[in-house]
Design a protein around this ligand. Structure first.
Ligand SMILES: *Cc1c(COP(=O)(O)O)cnc(C)c1O
Ligand code: SF4
Length: 347
């Protein structure tokens, strides 16, 4: 149940919350009554990819639990310095699909814009954590290059704002992009891939709602929550505000060892999303980005977890289990455990 009314609710200034985020692993441990020197944490005090967690997300972690599934997603650990042979800086070969600064055109009809490099939270497993954002931002020069490309290609019917996190940008800046896209006759859909409504729900404020509501296309937001504990009432209320502005709200998750690699964890996530009226869309197998081997889940386990979800949930609460294979024309659907042999899936 959503206790607070979705509109008219008093939200706190999201920019202030953004600036006040916790930016060190030891500060986060202290916040959670954990000893930064606790060997169970394996803390790296100075990781290359800095720690970043807003208080609104830290609040959902269990104090005193070094294995908290939300903490595991954001705390820098020395294990990240171990690089496995098959890991890559750009595992999805995104840079080979770039059409202009920050413009990725990989799949038919859909152009993905790397709107910004900034995120409200830093996820340790992020497949874009090594991305050269300094030179690769579609929002540079007021989106001019990106807009010109979209206008010139009638096959493009959907613009996906990704990043980084597009909702780290001011609503005004997002509106400048969409205003410039108004006169593109072939555009039918706009999508935002964002973790912000999950980690900093107050970002879904009146200005954002008005912007979304005024867009002349079908609007979809794909959120990113990996564990049921992430989806509390503040997230449900933010999702409700998004729906009231006319958007369809979906979720994608990444299958992560020690975070959500069990049937029980995934079923609980789907149930929590359903209570928030958010539909599960994708469950991604981890992309082999540098230093993430400790999060990797074996394919067999992944298939078994997915089969367990199918057996426990209505079909519409079972996300598609997918992996990204560079060069393929879509995300690759991973087959069920009991059919993989007959279908000859090579992964
Ligand atoms: C994942 C992705 C998309 C979106 O794919 P859908 O299957 O439509 O969700 C689009 N472009 C790129 C570059 C992607 O990585
Ligand atoms: S919010 Fe998304 S883009 Fe940002 S660090 Fe997390 S996974 Fe990566």
């Amino acid at each position: 149940m959503i206790a607070a009314p979705p509109i008219g609710e008093k939200l706190r200034d999201w920019k202030q919350q953004w600036r006040a985020a916790i930016t060190s692993g030891s500060a986060l441990c202290t916040r959670l009554n954990l000893d930064p020197a606790d060997p169970r944490l394996g803390l790296d005090a100075q990781p290359d990819f800095p720690v970043r967690v807003p208080e609104s997300f830290a609040r959902r972690m269990r104090p005193g639990d070094p294995d908290d599934p939300l903490l595991r997603q954001v705390l820098g650990r020395s294990e990240e310095r171990l690089v496995a042979n098959h890991e890559r800086a750009d595992p999805t070969a995104d840079l080979s699909m770039r059409r202009a600064a920050g413009v990725l055109h990989k799949y038919a009809g859909r152009v993905l814009l790397l709107a910004t490099g900034a995120c409200a939270v830093h996820c340790r497993y992020c497949f874009r954590k090594n991305f050269p954002y300094d030179s690769e931002l579609a929002a540079r020069h007021d989106w001019r290059e990106a807009i010109a490309l979209i206008k010139a290609d009638p096959s493009v019917n959907e613009v996906i704002l990704s990043g980084g996190d597009p909702l780290s940008l001011d609503t005004d800046k997002l509106a400048r992009l969409t205003t410039a896209l108004y006169d593109v006759p072939h555009l039918r859909r706009i999508r935002l891939h964002t973790r912000v409504p999950v980690v900093l729900p107050d970002r879904v404020d009146g200005a954002l709602q008005s912007w979304l509501h005024g867009l002349p296309w079908r609007v979809t937001l794909v959120l990113h929550a990996n564990h049921a504990n992430e989806v509390d009432h503040s997230v449900a209320a933010a999702a409700a505000r998004l729906r009231l502005s006319g958007a369809t709200v979906l979720n994608q998750a990444v299958l992560l060892r020690g975070v959500n690699d069990s049937v029980a964890a995934q079923v609980a996530l789907s149930e929590a999303l359903d209570r928030a009226a958010v539909l599960p869309y994708y469950l991604h197998l981890l992309d082999p980005v540098l230093g993430t081997a400790h999060f990797a889940v074996d394919d067999q386990v992944a298939r078994a977890v997915h089969d367990g979800m199918k057996a426990a949930l209505p079909g519409f609460l079972v996300p598609r289990l997918v992996r990204e294979i560079p060069g393929e024309s879509s995300k690759t659907w991973v087959a069920a455990a009991h059919t993989s042999a007959t279908h000859g899936d090579s992964h």
